[in-house]
Design a protein around this ligand. Structure first.
Ligand code: NAP
Length: 259
């Protein structure tokens, strides 16, 4: 399927690895030029080079911490006018409710709620002026069904979800869509770190933790960054203009709900 976005320009945040990289690769495969962000310049340069070589699109590297005001200013300065925004950042650490203080919540809110909102605030006006735009926020299945030890993530991402629900309806008249993608367990460094932590706490092998988690998923496996990226690119396509303010779960059926 031709996604109809060849020659468009996308800013993909936190995109040197994992789900952000999967999204960047799928957009590049559709002919989209990229501004690619991550903190570590080395991995970012490697990913950018691989995407250029594979897809022949322009990839501009923007190494910065997207969760800081200075980092966002640097990335937005490089990005200029973009048609497509994919927001993403690292997730907050796991823990227990009684250990989280105000500063922990402020860090989580900054990274996973206020950063995507700031990026939308900066880039939506250009999209609405030009009459076309796509925003995809990478959030989490924890918005739909809480993951108790990720309470900081549950809280911050729910705030973003509420913001998107209203704002998506305000920009839709201008040809701009905003939607959220909710990953369940995907095989990335993040999932690996959580699995290693669980193995340590439970005193079992990494393989045992992985097998036990996969068994909780009806698809009986973790998702892949490529599958995730394909959905992200579709949401950014010309075919998805009628999908507005939705929260799309990619979880292999893990959350047991009728809809
Ligand atoms: P990942 O494999 O660890 O990759 C994270 C990417 O984000 C890397 O490119 C990393 O590069 C970049 N990054 C992290 N913090 C950043 C920051 N402050 N500024 C700019 N770039 C940053 O993670 P992932 O699994 O793709 O997860 C992506 C998001 O989805 C996270 O918020 C995660 O919580 C959420 N999620 C993931 C899963 C899953 O199973 N994988 C499930 C639910 C939700 P640098 O470190 O070099 O910056």
């Amino acid at each position: 399927m031709d996604l109809g976005i060849r020659g468009r320009r996308a800013l993909v945040c936190a995109g040197s690895k994992g789900l952000g990289r999967g999204s960047a690769e799928a957009l590049a495969a559709a002919g989209v030029n990229l501004v690619l962000n991550a903190r570590g310049a080395g991995a970012l340069a490697e990913t950018a080079a691989a995407i250029r070589a594979a897809h022949g699109v322009e990839v501009t590297e923007a190494a910065a911490d997207i969760t800081t005001e200075a980092g966002r200013a640097a990335v937005l300065g490089v990005a200029g006018a973009v048609d497509i925004l994919v927001t993403n950042a690292g997730g907050p650490p796991p823990g227990l409710w009684r250990d989280w203080a105000r500063d922990d919540f402020l860090r989580a809110l900054d990274a996973n709620m206020l950063t995507p909102i700031a990026l939308m605030t900066a880039l939506l006006p250009g999209m609405t002026d030009r009459g076309w735009g796509r925003v995809v926020n990478i959030t989490s299945q924890s918005v739909k069904a809480p993951i108790a030890e990720l309470g900081l993530s549950n809280a911050a991402r729910s705030g973003l979800t509420g913001y998107v629900a209203g704002t998506a309806r305000q920009v839709a008249p201008f040809g701009v869509t905003i939607n959220n993608l909710l990953p369940g367990i995907h095989a990335t460094d993040r999932a690996d770190a959580l699995d290693r932590g669980a193995a340590r706490v439970q005193g079992v092998s990494l393989e045992a933790v992985r097998a036990a988690r996969a068994a909780t998923i009806p698809a009986r496996r973790y998702g892949t960054a490529a599958e995730f990226g394909a959905m992200c690119a579709f949401l950014c396509s010309i075919h998805a203009g009628f999908i507005v303010g939705q929260n799309i779960l990619l979880d292999g059926g893990a959350i047991n709900a009728t809809f």
